[in-house]
Design a protein around this ligand. Structure first.
Ligand SMILES: *Cc1c(COP(=O)(O)O)cnc(C)c1O
Length: 398
Protein backbone atom coordinates (compact mmCIF):
# COMPACT_ATOMS: atom_id res chain seq x y z
CA UNK A 1 0.00 0.00 0.00
CA UNK A 2 1.64 3.25 -1.12
CA UNK A 3 -0.50 5.64 0.89
CA UNK A 4 0.22 6.08 4.62
CA UNK A 5 -2.21 4.02 6.75
CA UNK A 6 -4.39 5.83 9.26
CA UNK A 7 -4.84 2.68 11.39
CA UNK A 8 -2.79 2.00 14.52
CA UNK A 9 -0.08 -0.43 13.49
CA UNK A 10 -1.22 -3.12 15.98
CA UNK A 11 -1.16 -5.93 13.40
CA UNK A 12 1.77 -7.30 11.40
CA UNK A 13 -0.30 -7.97 8.29
CA UNK A 14 0.44 -10.36 5.45
CA UNK A 15 0.82 -8.52 2.12
CA UNK A 16 -2.53 -9.80 0.83
CA UNK A 17 -5.84 -7.93 0.46
CA UNK A 18 -8.77 -10.35 0.46
CA UNK A 19 -11.92 -8.99 -1.10
CA UNK A 20 -14.27 -11.92 -1.63
CA UNK A 21 -15.08 -15.25 -0.03
CA UNK A 22 -17.39 -18.21 -0.64
CA UNK A 23 -17.17 -21.61 1.08
CA UNK A 24 -13.50 -22.60 1.37
CA UNK A 25 -12.35 -20.07 -1.24
CA UNK A 26 -11.03 -16.54 -0.91
CA UNK A 27 -9.99 -14.09 -3.63
CA UNK A 28 -7.60 -11.16 -3.35
CA UNK A 29 -7.77 -7.79 -5.09
CA UNK A 30 -5.69 -9.07 -8.02
CA UNK A 31 -8.17 -11.91 -8.63
CA UNK A 32 -5.85 -14.62 -7.25
CA UNK A 33 -7.78 -17.51 -5.65
CA UNK A 34 -6.82 -19.14 -2.35
CA UNK A 35 -7.86 -22.24 -0.45
CA UNK A 36 -8.75 -21.03 3.05
CA UNK A 37 -7.28 -23.22 5.82
CA UNK A 38 -7.53 -20.54 8.52
CA UNK A 39 -11.27 -19.66 8.58
CA UNK A 40 -10.58 -16.14 9.87
CA UNK A 41 -9.00 -17.78 12.91
CA UNK A 42 -11.62 -20.46 13.65
CA UNK A 43 -14.46 -18.02 13.01
CA UNK A 44 -15.99 -18.93 9.64
CA UNK A 45 -16.53 -22.55 10.69
CA UNK A 46 -19.23 -23.03 8.02
CA UNK A 47 -17.09 -21.48 5.28
CA UNK A 48 -17.53 -17.98 3.90
CA UNK A 49 -21.04 -16.58 3.45
CA UNK A 50 -23.00 -19.79 4.14
CA UNK A 51 -26.41 -19.45 2.47
CA UNK A 52 -28.59 -20.49 5.45
CA UNK A 53 -26.88 -17.98 7.76
CA UNK A 54 -26.94 -15.25 5.15
CA UNK A 55 -30.69 -15.75 4.67
CA UNK A 56 -31.33 -15.54 8.42
CA UNK A 57 -29.21 -12.39 8.69
CA UNK A 58 -30.84 -10.68 5.73
CA UNK A 59 -34.37 -11.41 6.92
CA UNK A 60 -33.52 -10.11 10.43
CA UNK A 61 -32.03 -6.96 8.84
CA UNK A 62 -35.48 -6.31 7.39
CA UNK A 63 -37.15 -6.64 10.84
CA UNK A 64 -35.08 -5.07 13.63
CA UNK A 65 -31.39 -4.33 14.28
CA UNK A 66 -31.05 -3.12 17.86
CA UNK A 67 -33.16 -2.27 20.90
CA UNK A 68 -30.90 -2.84 23.91
CA UNK A 69 -31.08 -5.24 26.83
CA UNK A 70 -33.78 -3.39 28.79
CA UNK A 71 -36.31 -5.25 26.62
CA UNK A 72 -37.03 -8.92 25.88
CA UNK A 73 -35.29 -10.19 22.76
CA UNK A 74 -36.82 -13.48 21.50
CA UNK A 75 -33.73 -14.44 19.45
CA UNK A 76 -31.66 -14.34 22.66
CA UNK A 77 -33.96 -16.88 24.34
CA UNK A 78 -33.86 -19.06 21.26
CA UNK A 79 -30.07 -18.98 21.15
CA UNK A 80 -29.71 -19.58 24.89
CA UNK A 81 -32.08 -22.58 24.66
CA UNK A 82 -30.08 -24.05 21.76
CA UNK A 83 -26.80 -23.58 23.64
CA UNK A 84 -28.05 -24.97 26.96
CA UNK A 85 -29.97 -27.89 25.36
CA UNK A 86 -26.71 -28.92 23.72
CA UNK A 87 -24.25 -28.37 26.58
CA UNK A 88 -23.85 -28.82 30.35
CA UNK A 89 -24.78 -25.18 30.99
CA UNK A 90 -28.12 -23.76 32.21
CA UNK A 91 -27.61 -20.01 31.74
CA UNK A 92 -26.07 -17.76 29.08
CA UNK A 93 -24.74 -14.21 29.06
CA UNK A 94 -24.36 -12.73 25.57
CA UNK A 95 -21.62 -10.29 24.63
CA UNK A 96 -19.51 -9.29 21.63
CA UNK A 97 -16.08 -10.94 21.73
CA UNK A 98 -13.96 -13.61 23.33
CA UNK A 99 -12.19 -11.26 25.70
CA UNK A 100 -15.55 -9.91 26.84
CA UNK A 101 -16.85 -13.45 27.44
CA UNK A 102 -13.79 -14.31 29.55
CA UNK A 103 -14.07 -11.00 31.38
CA UNK A 104 -17.65 -11.99 32.29
CA UNK A 105 -16.45 -15.45 33.42
CA UNK A 106 -13.80 -13.90 35.68
CA UNK A 107 -16.32 -11.45 37.15
CA UNK A 108 -18.89 -14.21 37.68
CA UNK A 109 -16.39 -16.46 39.48
CA UNK A 110 -15.38 -13.66 41.83
CA UNK A 111 -18.92 -12.49 42.44
CA UNK A 112 -20.18 -16.02 43.13
CA UNK A 113 -17.49 -16.44 45.77
CA UNK A 114 -18.13 -13.02 47.27
CA UNK A 115 -21.95 -12.73 47.09
CA UNK A 116 -23.24 -16.31 47.10
CA UNK A 117 -20.64 -18.37 48.99
CA UNK A 118 -19.39 -15.39 50.99
CA UNK A 119 -15.80 -16.66 50.95
CA UNK A 120 -14.25 -13.53 49.44
CA UNK A 121 -11.92 -15.75 47.40
CA UNK A 122 -10.79 -14.13 44.16
CA UNK A 123 -7.63 -15.78 42.84
CA UNK A 124 -7.81 -17.63 39.53
CA UNK A 125 -5.26 -20.21 38.43
CA UNK A 126 -4.49 -20.13 34.70
CA UNK A 127 -1.69 -21.82 32.76
CA UNK A 128 1.60 -21.08 31.08
CA UNK A 129 1.19 -20.44 27.33
CA UNK A 130 -2.56 -19.94 27.69
CA UNK A 131 -4.41 -17.20 25.81
CA UNK A 132 -7.55 -15.56 27.17
CA UNK A 133 -7.79 -12.14 25.48
CA UNK A 134 -6.49 -8.58 25.39
CA UNK A 135 -8.51 -6.61 27.94
CA UNK A 136 -6.60 -5.83 31.14
CA UNK A 137 -8.12 -8.72 33.11
CA UNK A 138 -7.94 -11.26 30.28
CA UNK A 139 -4.37 -10.36 29.28
CA UNK A 140 -3.49 -10.78 32.94
CA UNK A 141 -5.18 -14.20 32.88
CA UNK A 142 -3.10 -15.06 29.79
CA UNK A 143 0.05 -17.04 30.65
CA UNK A 144 2.33 -15.27 28.16
CA UNK A 145 4.46 -12.22 29.03
CA UNK A 146 4.43 -10.77 25.51
CA UNK A 147 0.78 -9.61 25.80
CA UNK A 148 1.55 -7.77 29.09
CA UNK A 149 4.55 -5.74 27.95
CA UNK A 150 4.02 -2.05 28.68
CA UNK A 151 0.61 -2.44 30.35
CA UNK A 152 1.51 -2.55 34.05
CA UNK A 153 0.10 -2.32 36.67
CA UNK A 154 -2.17 -5.29 36.02
CA UNK A 155 -5.19 -6.46 38.06
CA UNK A 156 -4.38 -8.71 41.01
CA UNK A 157 -5.54 -12.24 41.52
CA UNK A 158 -4.07 -14.43 38.77
CA UNK A 159 -1.46 -17.15 39.19
CA UNK A 160 0.07 -19.33 36.49
CA UNK A 161 0.66 -23.06 36.76
CA UNK A 162 2.51 -25.25 34.24
CA UNK A 163 0.13 -26.68 31.62
CA UNK A 164 -0.36 -30.46 31.57
CA UNK A 165 1.49 -30.91 34.87
CA UNK A 166 -0.99 -32.73 37.12
CA UNK A 167 1.51 -33.09 39.99
CA UNK A 168 2.41 -29.39 40.20
CA UNK A 169 -1.14 -28.06 40.19
CA UNK A 170 -2.18 -28.54 43.80
CA UNK A 171 0.80 -26.45 44.95
CA UNK A 172 -0.82 -23.39 43.34
CA UNK A 173 -4.05 -23.57 45.34
CA UNK A 174 -4.19 -21.08 48.23
CA UNK A 175 -6.88 -19.97 50.67
CA UNK A 176 -7.74 -17.25 48.09
CA UNK A 177 -8.27 -19.48 45.04
CA UNK A 178 -11.78 -19.26 43.58
CA UNK A 179 -11.39 -20.86 40.14
CA UNK A 180 -9.20 -22.67 37.64
CA UNK A 181 -9.41 -21.46 34.05
CA UNK A 182 -8.05 -23.36 31.06
CA UNK A 183 -8.27 -24.19 27.37
CA UNK A 184 -8.86 -27.84 26.40
CA UNK A 185 -6.49 -27.24 23.48
CA UNK A 186 -4.18 -24.24 23.77
CA UNK A 187 -4.71 -22.63 20.37
CA UNK A 188 -2.56 -19.50 20.38
CA UNK A 189 -0.02 -21.30 22.55
CA UNK A 190 0.84 -23.73 19.71
CA UNK A 191 -2.07 -26.20 19.39
CA UNK A 192 -1.38 -28.18 22.58
CA UNK A 193 -4.19 -30.45 23.78
CA UNK A 194 -4.68 -30.85 27.55
CA UNK A 195 -3.82 -34.39 28.64
CA UNK A 196 -6.50 -36.64 30.09
CA UNK A 197 -4.80 -37.13 33.50
CA UNK A 198 -4.17 -33.40 33.79
CA UNK A 199 -7.83 -32.52 33.13
CA UNK A 200 -9.02 -35.18 35.60
CA UNK A 201 -6.71 -33.69 38.26
CA UNK A 202 -8.06 -30.18 37.53
CA UNK A 203 -11.61 -31.48 38.03
CA UNK A 204 -10.68 -33.38 41.21
CA UNK A 205 -9.00 -30.33 42.77
CA UNK A 206 -11.97 -28.12 41.86
CA UNK A 207 -14.30 -30.52 43.71
CA UNK A 208 -11.98 -30.91 46.69
CA UNK A 209 -11.44 -27.14 47.18
CA UNK A 210 -14.83 -25.82 46.02
CA UNK A 211 -13.29 -24.03 43.02
CA UNK A 212 -15.16 -23.11 39.86
CA UNK A 213 -13.91 -24.74 36.69
CA UNK A 214 -13.84 -22.26 33.79
CA UNK A 215 -13.14 -23.64 30.32
CA UNK A 216 -12.21 -21.17 27.58
CA UNK A 217 -13.84 -22.66 24.45
CA UNK A 218 -13.46 -19.52 22.37
CA UNK A 219 -11.27 -21.24 19.79
CA UNK A 220 -12.13 -24.89 20.50
CA UNK A 221 -15.93 -24.49 20.68
CA UNK A 222 -18.60 -24.69 17.98
CA UNK A 223 -17.60 -28.08 16.61
CA UNK A 224 -14.01 -27.15 15.82
CA UNK A 225 -12.34 -30.01 17.73
CA UNK A 226 -14.78 -32.77 16.76
CA UNK A 227 -17.27 -32.21 19.58
CA UNK A 228 -19.63 -29.24 19.85
CA UNK A 229 -17.51 -28.19 22.87
CA UNK A 230 -14.02 -29.56 23.53
CA UNK A 231 -14.68 -30.34 27.22
CA UNK A 232 -16.90 -33.21 25.97
CA UNK A 233 -13.75 -35.10 24.89
CA UNK A 234 -12.87 -35.45 28.58
CA UNK A 235 -16.30 -36.39 29.92
CA UNK A 236 -16.30 -33.41 32.26
CA UNK A 237 -18.73 -30.56 33.01
CA UNK A 238 -17.24 -27.11 33.58
CA UNK A 239 -19.12 -24.68 35.84
CA UNK A 240 -18.51 -21.91 33.31
CA UNK A 241 -17.38 -21.93 29.68
CA UNK A 242 -16.90 -19.21 27.11
CA UNK A 243 -17.54 -18.99 23.37
CA UNK A 244 -16.93 -16.46 20.63
CA UNK A 245 -15.03 -17.02 17.37
CA UNK A 246 -17.13 -19.65 15.57
CA UNK A 247 -20.47 -18.86 17.21
CA UNK A 248 -21.97 -16.63 14.50
CA UNK A 249 -20.05 -17.35 11.27
CA UNK A 250 -18.13 -14.06 11.39
CA UNK A 251 -20.70 -11.79 13.00
CA UNK A 252 -19.07 -10.44 16.21
CA UNK A 253 -20.47 -12.27 19.20
CA UNK A 254 -19.36 -13.82 22.48
CA UNK A 255 -21.14 -15.90 25.12
CA UNK A 256 -20.43 -16.90 28.70
CA UNK A 257 -22.33 -19.99 29.87
CA UNK A 258 -22.71 -21.42 33.34
CA UNK A 259 -24.50 -23.71 35.75
CA UNK A 260 -27.78 -22.75 37.44
CA UNK A 261 -26.18 -22.16 40.86
CA UNK A 262 -24.29 -19.18 39.38
CA UNK A 263 -27.48 -17.31 38.42
CA UNK A 264 -27.72 -16.03 42.01
CA UNK A 265 -24.46 -14.12 41.49
CA UNK A 266 -25.42 -12.36 38.25
CA UNK A 267 -28.48 -10.48 39.45
CA UNK A 268 -29.88 -7.36 37.71
CA UNK A 269 -27.23 -4.65 37.55
CA UNK A 270 -24.31 -7.01 38.21
CA UNK A 271 -23.06 -7.06 34.63
CA UNK A 272 -24.15 -5.65 31.25
CA UNK A 273 -23.14 -4.72 27.74
CA UNK A 274 -24.96 -2.46 25.25
CA UNK A 275 -24.57 -4.57 22.14
CA UNK A 276 -24.67 -8.06 23.73
CA UNK A 277 -27.08 -10.30 21.84
CA UNK A 278 -28.61 -7.85 19.39
CA UNK A 279 -31.46 -9.25 17.27
CA UNK A 280 -29.08 -9.40 14.27
CA UNK A 281 -26.19 -11.09 16.09
CA UNK A 282 -28.45 -13.66 17.72
CA UNK A 283 -30.30 -14.46 14.47
CA UNK A 284 -26.92 -15.13 12.87
CA UNK A 285 -25.77 -17.34 15.76
CA UNK A 286 -29.04 -19.32 15.84
CA UNK A 287 -28.78 -20.07 12.10
CA UNK A 288 -25.10 -21.06 12.53
CA UNK A 289 -25.79 -23.50 15.36
CA UNK A 290 -28.92 -24.97 13.75
CA UNK A 291 -26.96 -25.79 10.60
CA UNK A 292 -24.12 -27.21 12.67
CA UNK A 293 -26.49 -29.53 14.57
CA UNK A 294 -28.58 -30.48 11.53
CA UNK A 295 -25.55 -31.53 9.51
CA UNK A 296 -23.72 -33.06 12.52
CA UNK A 297 -20.67 -30.93 11.72
CA UNK A 298 -18.86 -31.63 14.99
CA UNK A 299 -18.82 -35.34 14.15
CA UNK A 300 -17.72 -34.47 10.64
CA UNK A 301 -14.85 -32.35 12.03
CA UNK A 302 -13.71 -35.35 14.06
CA UNK A 303 -13.67 -37.73 11.07
CA UNK A 304 -12.20 -35.25 8.62
CA UNK A 305 -9.67 -33.97 11.16
CA UNK A 306 -8.41 -37.48 12.00
CA UNK A 307 -8.01 -38.12 8.30
CA UNK A 308 -6.18 -34.84 7.72
CA UNK A 309 -3.74 -35.54 10.57
CA UNK A 310 -3.11 -39.10 9.31
CA UNK A 311 -2.62 -37.96 5.69
CA UNK A 312 -0.28 -35.13 6.68
CA UNK A 313 1.79 -37.54 8.76
CA UNK A 314 1.95 -40.02 5.89
CA UNK A 315 2.77 -37.53 3.14
CA UNK A 316 5.22 -35.36 5.10
CA UNK A 317 7.00 -38.34 6.71
CA UNK A 318 10.75 -38.03 6.23
CA UNK A 319 10.64 -34.29 5.54
CA UNK A 320 13.40 -32.86 7.78
CA UNK A 321 11.33 -29.71 8.40
CA UNK A 322 8.52 -31.68 10.06
CA UNK A 323 8.59 -32.22 13.82
CA UNK A 324 5.02 -33.26 14.62
CA UNK A 325 1.42 -33.02 13.42
CA UNK A 326 -1.03 -32.77 16.33
CA UNK A 327 -4.47 -31.48 17.22
CA UNK A 328 -8.10 -32.41 17.76
CA UNK A 329 -10.70 -32.42 15.01
CA UNK A 330 -10.02 -29.53 12.65
CA UNK A 331 -7.79 -27.59 15.05
CA UNK A 332 -4.45 -28.85 13.81
CA UNK A 333 -0.86 -27.76 14.38
CA UNK A 334 2.02 -28.74 12.12
CA UNK A 335 5.13 -28.22 14.23
CA UNK A 336 8.26 -27.51 12.20
CA UNK A 337 11.98 -27.56 12.95
CA UNK A 338 12.18 -24.02 11.49
CA UNK A 339 10.20 -20.85 12.27
CA UNK A 340 6.68 -20.97 10.82
CA UNK A 341 7.32 -17.46 9.43
CA UNK A 342 9.85 -19.03 7.02
CA UNK A 343 7.27 -21.21 5.26
CA UNK A 344 3.96 -19.35 5.63
CA UNK A 345 4.63 -16.75 2.89
CA UNK A 346 5.47 -19.59 0.46
CA UNK A 347 2.23 -21.40 1.39
CA UNK A 348 0.28 -18.21 0.73
CA UNK A 349 2.11 -17.73 -2.57
CA UNK A 350 1.15 -21.31 -3.52
CA UNK A 351 -2.49 -20.46 -2.75
CA UNK A 352 -2.98 -21.99 0.72
CA UNK A 353 -3.97 -19.54 3.46
CA UNK A 354 -2.73 -20.65 6.89
CA UNK A 355 -1.57 -18.83 10.03
CA UNK A 356 1.01 -19.57 12.73
CA UNK A 357 0.36 -20.65 16.34
CA UNK A 358 3.47 -19.85 18.35
CA UNK A 359 6.92 -19.57 16.73
CA UNK A 360 7.25 -23.00 15.05
CA UNK A 361 3.72 -24.16 14.41
CA UNK A 362 1.65 -23.77 11.23
CA UNK A 363 -2.00 -23.85 12.28
CA UNK A 364 -4.60 -25.49 10.03
CA UNK A 365 -8.23 -24.50 10.57
CA UNK A 366 -10.28 -25.53 7.53
CA UNK A 367 -14.02 -24.92 7.80
CA UNK A 368 -16.16 -27.85 8.99
CA UNK A 369 -17.77 -28.28 5.55
CA UNK A 370 -14.42 -28.59 3.74
CA UNK A 371 -14.69 -31.15 0.93
CA UNK A 372 -12.48 -34.21 0.36
CA UNK A 373 -11.07 -32.55 -2.78
CA UNK A 374 -10.21 -29.38 -0.89
CA UNK A 375 -8.47 -31.42 1.83
CA UNK A 376 -6.44 -33.24 -0.79
CA UNK A 377 -5.53 -29.92 -2.42
CA UNK A 378 -4.41 -28.48 0.94
CA UNK A 379 -2.30 -31.53 1.76
CA UNK A 380 -0.65 -31.42 -1.69
CA UNK A 381 0.17 -27.72 -1.32
CA UNK A 382 1.65 -28.29 2.16
CA UNK A 383 3.71 -31.18 0.84
CA UNK A 384 4.87 -29.26 -2.23
CA UNK A 385 5.99 -26.17 -0.27
CA UNK A 386 7.63 -28.10 2.58
CA UNK A 387 9.47 -30.32 0.07
CA UNK A 388 10.80 -27.26 -1.79
CA UNK A 389 11.81 -25.60 1.47
CA UNK A 390 13.60 -28.74 2.68
CA UNK A 391 15.49 -28.97 -0.62
CA UNK A 392 16.49 -25.30 -0.45
CA UNK A 393 17.67 -25.76 3.16
CA UNK A 394 19.73 -28.85 2.18
CA UNK A 395 21.24 -26.85 -0.70
CA UNK A 396 22.40 -24.01 1.54
CA UNK A 397 23.83 -26.45 4.09
CA UNK A 398 25.82 -28.38 1.46
C1 LIG B 1 -9.31 -15.60 20.33
C2 LIG B 1 -9.31 -16.08 21.73
C3 LIG B 1 -9.68 -15.23 22.78
C4 LIG B 1 -10.00 -13.76 22.58
O1 LIG B 1 -11.08 -13.55 21.76
P1 LIG B 1 -11.34 -12.09 21.14
O2 LIG B 1 -12.64 -12.21 20.42
O3 LIG B 1 -10.18 -11.80 20.23
O4 LIG B 1 -11.38 -11.13 22.27
C5 LIG B 1 -9.71 -15.77 24.05
N1 LIG B 1 -9.40 -17.05 24.28
C6 LIG B 1 -9.05 -17.90 23.29
C7 LIG B 1 -8.75 -19.32 23.61
C8 LIG B 1 -8.98 -17.43 21.98
O5 LIG B 1 -8.58 -18.26 21.00
Amino acid sequence: MSEQSHLFPTYARFPITLVKGKGSRLWDNTGKQYLDFMSGLAVTNLGHAPDAVKDALVSQLDELWHVGNLFHIPNQEKLAKLLTDNSCADRVFLCNSGAEANEAAIKLARRYHSKVLGTGKYEIITFDMSFHGRTLATLTATGQDKVKDGFYPLPEGFVYAPFNDADALKGFITDKTCAIMLEMVQGEGGVNPASEPFVQEVVRLCKEHDLLLIVDEIQTGMGRTGKLFAYEHYGIEPDIFTLAKGIASGFPMGAMLGKEKLAAAFTPGAHATTFGGTPIATATAVATIELMLEQKLAQRAEQVGNKLIAELNARLAGNPLLKQVRGKGLLIGVELTVPAAEVIPALHEAGLLVIPAGPNVVRLLPNLLVTEEELEEGISLMNQVLTEKAKAAAGTNA
